[in-house]
Design a protein around this ligand. Structure first.
Ligand code: 4AD
Ligand code: MG
Length: 432
């Protein structure tokens, strides 16, 4: 008997196979019993008939309950009406564990809080399965694209002595006799040290923001990919991002058709994600927003609503460039044409999703950077090592960081990023 997976049964048509997994649904009509089975790779129905199954197994089958773990064996048949395209004509059935009769997630609608409280079980549902599989493709596409473009993976620490982004969003803890430690908000500063050895590097891991934002775009723990490259300017930085995002969308369209169907994701907008992306300066974005009735000030950061309005006007991602320096981080290089602005870009995803990437050219002059650290009232002693990177062989360089969950939410077309990470952490949620 061939032991296989649902994803591979297409290779076994007409043969008897064995599958191990879980029962997500079942129904019986007298002498026929339908088992809706999933094994992690996919879903398939097995049809048993009382006439063909040993009586003992038929009796076990008739005690079945949702989410029991089982072994099904049967002959693979093509079945065009089935979503998988196949069906098993059951030959034998084995119970691994009979689940109790109270599986909390049923067919009726549940509220988001109930589902999040049962996240450990909710992950088994088909939509959640599809989202995590697309997330996996996005992670792999990112590694592939960056490796193919000369970036090596370089792991930044999570416990750090210094802030990277805003000081108001730091998770802080006592660190033995060494004072305070902070959970990393981004590995960027460490990558800036690394490029002086490796040229191009990226990190990929969890980062933390003690942001008191209760929006559909904010988590307190999320996964960031930071990339950093020596001798890359602001323009080239955006080209790398454009290539990466096109690759991600292309790979998902190629590898996750089934999952996109499960999510009922309209793929037409995804197919339009092609280079070149839209570019506009912050000043141009503000002017456009005024046309649409926004009251955003000339020197204001774009709010989530502003981003939503803007991205609904275009079918491609938008780079909003050159923000006012006052709303951006200390390390961004000023625009030589107007030092009130910085050489940065936020990349906004279409369909109202908004910011998925933040990036910039970095200040590479020792004295200027030192002055910025002081202006921002950052503790100098925690930045000595960082300043060293501008002392010994400083070079023009740029980088960016993407929020994995924001990209997954956009590509999957799900409204809230809490569904895009296995176990979401938000200001009101720490379990499961
Ligand atoms: O724009 P941010 O804050 O940029 C940085 O941290 C830079 N140091 C990155 C770099 O240049 N290497 O964060 C980068 C991205 C955002 O564009 C957004 O996609 C995501 O991280 N992000 C969040 N995702 C979920 N929850 C939050 N609270 C997030 N904050 C930022
Ligand atoms: Mg940002």
């Amino acid at each position: 008997m061939k032991k296989t997976f649902v994803s591979d049964i297409k290779d076994s048509v007409g043969q008897e196979v064995e599958l191990k997994g879980w029962v997500y649904n079942f129904r019986s009509s007298g002498k026929i019993f339908f088992v809706q089975f999933r094994d992690g790779t996919g879903r398939v129905q097995t049809v048993y008939s009382a006439a063909e199954l040993p009586e003992e197994q038929w009796n076990i089958l008739n005690q079945l309950r949702f989410e029991s773990s089982v072994i099904v064996r049967g002959i693979v048949k093509e079945e065009l009406r089935a979503p998988s395209g196949f069906e098993l004509q059951g030959t034998s059935f084995e119970m691994i564990q009979l689940a109790p009769d109270d599986y909390p997630i049923g067919k009726k609608e549940h509220g988001p809080d109930f589902l999040l409280d049962h996240r450990h079980l909710w992950l088994r549902s088909e939509r959640q399965w599809a989202i995590q599989r697309i997330r996996n493709t996005i992670i792999n596409a990112t590694y592939a694209y960056l490796n193919e473009n000369g970036f090596i993976k370089f792991d930044a620490p999570i416990l750090t002595p210094n802030v990277c982004e805003g000081t108001t969003e730091l998770f802080e803890m006592d660190y033995f006799d060494l004072g305070k430690a902070y959970l990393s908000q981004s590995g960027q500063l460490y990558l800036e040290a690394a490029i002086m050895s490796f040229g191009r590097v990226f990190d990929f891991g969890p980062v933390f923001r003690a942001e008191k934002s209760k929006t559909r775009r904010h988590l307190t723990e999320f996964w960031m990919m930071d990339a950093e490259a020596a001798f890359v300017n602001h323009e080239e930085n955006m080209q790398i991002q454009e290539g990466l995002i096109c690759r991600i969308v292309q790979d998902v369209l190629e590898k996750n058709r089934k999952e996109l169907v499960v999510l009922e994701r309209d793929v037409v907008p995804l197919e339009k994600v092609q280079a070149p992306f839209v570019h506009m300066t912050h000043a141009e974005a503000v002017a456009k927003l005024h046309e649409f009735g926004s009251d955003i000030g000339d020197m204001d950061d774009l709010g989530a609503d502003d981003e939503t309005i803007l991205t609904k006007q275009y079918d491609r991602p938008i780079f909003v460039e050159k923000y006012p320096a006052v709303v951006k981080a200390f390390y961004m290089k000023r625009d030589p044409l107007d030092p009130n602005y910085v050489l940065n870009a936020d990349l906004l995803a279409p369909e109202g999703y908004g910011e998925i990437i933040g990036g910039s050219q970095r200040e590479d002059d020792y004295e200027v950077l030192l002055a910025r650290i002081k202006e921002h009232h950052l503790p100098l002693e925690a930045f000595h090592w960082y300043l060293d990177t501008r002392k010994y062989g400083s070079v023009p360089h740029s980088g960016f960081g993407y929020g994995l969950e924001r990209i997954v939410a956009w590509v999957c077309g799900v409204p809230h990023i809490r569904e895009t990470i296995p176990f979401p952490r938000m200001i009101t949620r720490l379990t499961p």
